[in-house]
Design a protein around this ligand. Structure first.
Ligand SMILES: Cc1cc2nc3c(=O)[nH]c(=O)nc-3n(C[C@H](O)[C@H](O)[C@H](O)COP(=O)(O)OP(=O)(O)OC[C@H]3O[C@@H](n4cnc5c(N)ncnc54)[C@H](O)[C@@H]3O)c2cc1C
Length: 381
């Protein structure tokens, strides 16, 4: 059953839905075309006090949970996948990670400016030769005179070209493999840190993606997040909630495309009738509506369980949510383009952008193949 929303959660949904419709949607085409970070929406999300949605109020956060994070992400994605990605990367991958794993001095140093939108956050685990097999990462962190010195490259990093603070995973004891990984909080001004190439992409074009390059980058030992050599625990601890939040993003993308196609089908007349009167179009709309409802159920079940700390049971649920909602988003957005016919293929209609944005959902945060492996592993236990 869909968890019933509290009055506060309903108000949050209304507030973000109205913001997204009135302020995010009008920029969606432009930021996609220009591949530009949605600076003005990011600032407004800070004013709406949702950038640190799970961070405690004493650090400038909203003290809420994953249900609320999913509500915000979903409503943004209805109108703009890139803005939803920008939000989720900052609020979940960076802020929530620091909240969960940070020491009090790290919370007070980083959370207030991140929650207030004065710093932009990101997270870097992927490397040119370490994607799905993330534990084969090569970025090396060596202890020298009390600091750590990092050398290597991270790639495909969301907010990489614009971020100020990144959670970065590196090998502190390569011989220990996954048990030799440590998480660090890296500031963009640390000596030896540079942004590498910015990628040109098919979708999520308003969410800049780039490389991070570390050349003898000196990081104070105080910036280790969690314990030395327990970065795998930090990383794995965040993956389930990331996948549930990505589920909310896929759900929003599906809703945006469906709602547009439904309106269009009622208005577009061919053979003397609105195309919605044709059963072949009705069948598409029926399948889209059904799969969106199921996406909603699995996403919010996951968020509800995550808020109750049922983290051990989350592996399966998070993989279901990520896999199912992303594949639905791809089907729904593709069918939306089909329902709009030639107009659906044109950039002046938003469904082609939604289809391009949806494709990333089956890749980022663990591909569909990896989600199927996780599900198989869990059910074969
Ligand atoms: C736009 C964008 C934003 C991103 N943002 C971030 C970010 O902010 N931070 C970050 O760290 N990363 C980020 N990523 C990286 C993303 O998480 C990886 O792209 C993803 O994990 C897949 O890794 P890969 O691209 O190296 O593909 P690979 O791992 O090389 O996979 C290639 C293909 O092989 C398949 N495959 C791999 N292993 C197996 C297996 N064992 N069995 C069956 N099939 C397999 C995959 O499913 C895929 O189809 C981003 C990526 C993109 C495109």
């Amino acid at each position: 059953m869909l968890p019933e929303l509290t009055d506060e959660q309903k108000m949050l949904r209304e507030m973000i839905a109205s913001f997204a419709k009135n302020e995010v949607a009008p920029l969606a085409y432009e930021i996609d075309r220009e591949e530009r970070f949605p600076e003005e929406s990011f600032r407004r999300l800070a004013e709406l006090q949702v950038l640190g949605i799970t961070a405690p109020a004493e650090y400038g956060g909203a003290g809420a949970g994953y249900m609320e994070m999913c509500i915000v992400t979903e409503e943004l994605a209805v109108h703009c996948g890139s803005t939803a990605a920008t939000y989720a990367d900052h609020a979940d991958l960076c802020v929530d990670n620091i909240r969960r794993n940070g020491r009090p001095d790290q919370l007070s140093r980083y959370l207030p400016p991140l929650c207030g939108g004065n710093l932009i956050g990101g997270l870097a685990m992927t490397e040119p030769s370490a994607g799905s097999d993330v534990m084969s990462m090569r970025l090396r962190a060596e202890e020298k005179a009390g600091d750590y010195v990092l050398n290597g490259t991270k790639t495909f990093i969301t907010n990489g070209p614009v971020g100020d603070v990144f959670i970065v995973y590196a090998k502190t004891a390569p011989e220990k493999k996954a048990h030799g990984v440590t998480a660090f909080i890296i500031e963009k001004d640390f000596p030896g840190f540079e942004r590498g190439k910015k990628f040109e992409k098919m979708g999520w074009r308003g969410s800049p993606t780039g490389e991070l390059v570390f050349q003898d980058c000196r990081v104070p030992a105080g910036n280790v997040l969690g314990e030395v050599n327990s970065g795998a625990r930090v990383l794995m601890g965040g993956l389930n909630t990331e996948r549930i939040v990505l589920g909310a993003m896929s759900l929003g993308l599906s809703r945006g495309a469906f709602e547009y196609a439904l309106r269009y089908a009622k208005e577009r007349v061919q053979f003397g009738k609105p195309i919605a009167a044709f059963q072949l179009i009705q069948a598409k709309l029926a399948d889209m509506a059904m799969e969106i409802e199921l996406s909603r159920l699995i996403t919010y079940e996951g968020a509800y369980m995550a808020d109750r700390g049922a983290h051990r049971d989350l592996n399966l649920l998070a993989a279901y949510a990520k896999l199912y909602t992303s594949e639905v988003a791809m089907r729904v957005t593709t069918e939306a383009v089909q329902i709009l016919g030639g107009y659906g293929y044109m950039k002046e209609f938003p469904v082609e952008r939604m289809m391009r944005d949806a494709k990333l959902q089956t890749i980022g945060g663990g591909t569909s193949e990896i989600q199927r492996l996780i599900i198989a592993r869990e059910i074969l236990k």
